[in-house]
Design a protein around this ligand. Structure first.
Ligand code: HEM
Ligand code: HEM
Length: 177
């Protein structure tokens, strides 16, 4: 069994972590709700582009997950091991759900047509009807993802304090995979 993930897997872990932190903090603090028809759509451009990049990284990462080495088990109870396994699985699930629901929300009201492809702003359909429901699903999924990531980071820090073992090396770089 390996002591750490491969360097490409570690690289995608940290790239993903950086872009997700940026999107989640940025969207929570700065992204307004979808405006009525005729409103300013420009705040959504950066969010959508970064969201699409993060979702593409998710897909590449999922392909890599099948081939990742099995790591030496950490010293923890069987119950905690199950919690960690499900935390990781749910992070992947909510990454997909968040990306897909964002794309579907945008598509339902032609946001991408206008904001990314620069088409006639009158194509934008507004925030009502099914778009409101899809937007609520997307936001809830994103906040659930945020909670799962917070649990993951807290779990890693807690484990390191208790065991005095630097497990960051498991997603580090160099030899040892
Ligand atoms: C911010 C977004 C982050 C996401 C989405 C994320 C996600 C994940 C996932 C899904 C795994 C499991 C990899 C697998 O087996 O497929 C993992 C492993 C790991 N992550 Fe993160 N992570 C993030 C940030 C962080 C941060 C900030 C730290 C450091 C405090 C960290 C430390 C670790 C460590 C040490 C492992 C290996 C755990 C083990 O061997 O069981 N992660 N991460
Ligand atoms: C993993 C990637 C993504 C994350 C973490 C994320 C996160 C968020 C968050 C936290 C909000 C809520 C902001 C608030 O309540 O004020 C939001 C809203 C939104 N996001 Fe994303 N997003 C992602 C991907 C996408 C993608 C790919 C698109 C479309 C191409 C998208 C389009 C939107 C739209 C249209 C809203 C506004 C929804 C509404 O107000 O009803 N997002 N996103």
């Amino acid at each position: 069994m390996a002591k750490k993930y491969t360097n490409p897997f570690s690289a995608i872990h940290w790239t993903h972590a950086a872009i997700l932190t940026f999107i989640l903090i940025g969207a929570t603090l700065n992204l307004p709700d979808l405006p009525a028809k005729g409103g300013d759509l420009s705040p959504f451009k950066g969010h959508m582009i970064l969201g699409i990049i993060a979702t593409a990284i998710t897909l590449i990462r999922l392909l890599m997950v099948w081939k990742r080495p099995k790591l030496e088990p950490l010293d923890m109870s069987a119950f905690r091991e199950t919690l960690v396994r499900w935390n990781h699985r749910l992070i992947y699930l909510f990454l997909i759900l968040t990306g897909a629901s964002g794309l579907i929300t945008a598509n339902s009201t032609n946001l991408g047509e206008v904001v990314i492809f620069g088409n006639d702003p009158s194509l934008y359909g507004g925030p009502d009807g099914i778009t409101a429901t899809l937007g609520a699903i997307h936001s809830t999924s994103a906040y659930t993802l945020m909670a799962l990531i917070a649990m993951h980071v807290a779990g890693v820090i807690f484990y390191m304090i208790k065991s005095k073992e630097n497990i960051l090396g498991r997603v580090g770089f160099g030899k040892g995979a």
